[in-house]
Design a protein. Structure first.
Length: 139
């Protein structure tokens, strides 16, 4: 991995890994002390995961989620005044593998990266929408 990869280049690497649920390889993109934040995480899901190996463990738990993403379509990718940070809006099209129900979910990501590694990925999504798709509730 080149040391010059910034947040846009890493975003380009992340998308196919997300789509194909290659989550172990996605965890490899994090700095050793990288952070994954889920500000709107539902009960039972951590809001902050610190360290590449803890991120890898969390991603491993996602392999059981019955959602398959066909495509992540960019709505907008915004540069910021900080060259290590971008803000990305994506629509994710997919299918619930247990029901065949097709869906589109909106994500907003704030990605901080430098030296070819993710320092922090702040991952905003609607947890109730995801729980509803899976046929679970947040009670």
């Amino acid at each position: 991995m080149t040391g010059k990869a910034g947040p846009r280049q890493l975003l380009d690497r992340m998308l196919p890994l997300l789509r194909n649920k290659e989550l172990d390889r996605l965890a490899d993109l994090y700095a050793e002390d990288g952070v994954h934040e889920l500000p709107y995480a539902p009960p039972g899901v951590p809001r902050r995961i610190e360290g590449r190996e803890r991120v890898r463990e969390y991603f491993g738990s996602l392999s059981r989620v019955p959602l398959h993403f066909h495509e992540f379509r960019p709505v907008a990718v915004h540069d910021t005044a900080d060259p290590e940070v971008i803000v990305a809006e994506y629509d994710a099209d997919g299918v619930v593998t247990t029901s065949g129900h097709e869906f589109t979910v909106r994500y907003l990501w704030v990605l901080r990266a430098t030296g070819g590694r993710i320092l922090c990925w702040r991952d905003y999504w609607n947890p109730q929408e995801i729980l509803d798709l899976q046929g679970t509730t947040s009670d």
